[in-house]
Ligand binder design. Sequence first.
Ligand code: SAH
Length: 382
Amino acid sequence: MQDIPVQTDIATAGKTVPEATNLLGLDREGLEQFFLDMGEKKFRATQVMKWIHQLGVTDFEDMNNLSKDLRRQLAEKASIDNLEVARDLLSSDGTRKWLLKLADGNHIEAVFIPEDDRGTLCVSSQVGCALDCSFCSTGRQGFNRNLTSAEIISQVWLASQLLEEEKKPGRKITNVVMMGMGEPLLNFDNVVRAIRIMMDDFAYGLSKRRVTVSTAGVVPAMDRIGDILDMRLAVSLHATNDALRDELVPVNRKYPLKELMAACRRFIDKQNTRTRITFEYVMLDGVNDRPEHARELIRLLKGIPTLMNLIPFNPFEASGYSTSSRKAVAKFSEILQNAGMTTVTRKTRGEDIDAACGQLAGQIEDKSRRHRRFAEPRFGME
Ligand code: SAH
């Protein structure tokens, strides 16, 4: 493991102007409106998006296709404020993780996971999480607040800039998964805005197949996002019957499996191109990893185009669970594959840097407010 010294010039990039609009978090439509309100032409939006997201420029003075007068006005009215890099860790397997400090002192995490044919950035959507899944380190920390769209996209901005500085092949973000801290569908508007920036050709230009929103199953919001965005959906399933899922993923008490499966079918029907839903299934020793669970899973997902992701449980202190044996995972995977289900067993990455989501931020928050929970779990805020 390598603890990369944090460069303060990047950590504090951008100007802090009181009451200024942070342009980082505005999607194309929002930026166009911003320029129209200034009495400027709409096309300024794409020019500025390119400067910010593609060229990494945070000083309006450097945007030399804008008039001097416009640059001066922007310096007064707007800012390009990024999060502060508190820690920057590089794992021996190439995974790189950032602990990022928000302006209010909270911390979140973003993780870059390189693979042979892609580079995936795992992005957080909230500080903490309200859903209280029993095996999740972030869930144990309780809920604090939603991230703004600027705080979400800043993770992508910083990761792109810092990876580019490595000047090594294969260190580029080709995919984004909203699988970091928080439940993205409970921070709906900001997540949608940030995804629009990720997908914009004048910003990160990621295709709809390369952006994934992962949800524990907030059914009404699954419908809403399917109506307005084409993107990949991942559903954190983890259990094959309501009794067990109520315990592991408590939002199931509000939206039980029957409703969740119906929402998955509706989502598939809405997408413009043929797509599959990724189902995530964390393998917990003796809890959900027996052959009968695999068979129940096959019945449950019948008729839904599925990519099954078996995830080895990432243990953390006092979680009360342990990781399934390799043998149990192999057997489980074999039963699913024999039934024709595309099944991938996820490799555990970045173990030496606590890349299991939420661990590092959890340690920091714990030190200052041990045992304090931010809020009672709240479900279905949509
Ligand atoms: N709230 C969203 C996204 C964040 S969690 C969701 O539930 O999908 C991203 C994924 O990591 C989920 O599938 C979650 O269940 C899984 N996860 C959480 N804690 C884990 C742990 N300790 N080990 C392995 N996977 C975990």
